[in-house]
Write a protein that binds this ligand. Structure first.
Ligand SMILES: Nc1ncnc2c1ncn2[C@@H]1O[C@H](COP(=O)(O)OP(=O)(O)OP(=O)(O)O)[C@@H](O)[C@H]1O
Ligand SMILES: [Mg+2]
Length: 265
């Protein structure tokens, strides 16, 4: 197989709480390949969001990445100075956050959020060229009345709308790697299908996608590769076919049973 587009090696992220240390990630290795969707599945609190934030260098106190490397095109992102890391985010790695309300600035218009994504993108468009693309991208994620939405502030929009705007930002970034943390949870099925279709289009354009989801149906439908995480450790990995057909780890079997009601043995 090709060289990975992004490699995570031995990543450890700990949270230093008053009377204990939470090892949210404890030696995680993951490879993302060009033009493939890699799903990361695991129960609540298993470390999925901490992994994506660690890749982007966005872990805040009391948390800290204590060990490991995140290699993108021969560079260890964790060793980059903050300025360069900031440039890498957006230009080469984009992220759709699980919590849109925390990542959209409530008092900055949607339009300005999208212009900012475009400004940081490696495939920057002229302002004139960008606006029609904004309209199109917003309608692709199921938003209507896009003119009004572009002129709105996030605080004026519902949670579901903000989530779709986050997805639109991820699509517009045109980065090498896209991390999507539960991009469709809490959206209706039609919107979910529209967004999954857009992610498939990105894959066809050669973008590597890390898709974090609870939904094993989505994994079966979308992903090429799967990693299963439990308590901050990868317990199983392989192609979707391998993992679904012959789960090795008890935890994966449990996840699959819970989701499908079938017994594996
Ligand atoms: N700011 C924080 N302070 C302390 N502990 C934290 C913090 N953020 C995350 N953790 C711990 O790290 C672990 C992993 O959390 P994470 O948010 O990555 O879970 P997750 O797999 O994304 O769960 P979910 O599916 O619910 O989104 C949890 O045990 C959580 O308690
Ligand atoms: Mg999470």
């Amino acid at each position: 197989m090709d060289k990975p587009a992004l490699s995570v090696r031995g990543l450890c992220t700990y949270f230093y709480l008053k009377n204990r240390t939470v090892k949210a990630l404890d030696g995680v290795d993951i490879d993302l390949f060009r033009g493939r969707i890699t799903a990361l599945v695991g129960g609540s609190g298993s470390g999925k969001s901490v992994l994506s934030l660690s890749i982007l260098g966005l872990i805040e106190k009391p948390g800290r990445v204590v060990k490991g490397a995140v290699i993108l095109e021969n560079t260890d992102l964790l060793a980059l100075p903050e300025r360069e890391l900031r440039r890498t985010r957006g230009e080469r790695i984009a992220m759709i956050f699980q919590e849109p309300t925390n990542s959209l600035n409530p008092v900055i218009k949607v339009k300005e959020h999208l212009f900012e994504v475009n400004r940081r993108s490696a495939r920057r468009m002229e302002k004139r060229e960008a606006l029609p693309v904004f309209h199109e991208t917003l309608s692709r994620v199921g938003l209507r009345d896009t003119g009004k939405i572009l002129e709105s502030y996030p605080f004026e929009l519902s949670g579901g709308m903000c989530q779709r705007i986050m997805v639109a930002m991820g699509l517009l970034a045109r980065s090498t790697v896209l991390i999507a943390d539960e991009p469709t949870s809490s959206l209706d099925l039609t919107t979910q299908a529209a967004i999954l279709k857009e992610l498939s289009r990105l894959r066809e354009d050669g973008i590597s996608i890390l898709l974090i989801t609870h939904d094993l149906g989505v994994v079966a439908q979308m992903a090429d590769d799967v990693y299963v995480i439990k308590d901050g450790r990868i317990v199983e990995q392989g192609t979707v076919y391998d993992v679904f057909e012959k789960p090795k780890h008890e935890y994966t079997k449990l996840l699959l049973e819970k989701d499908t009601g079938l017994k594996w043995d």
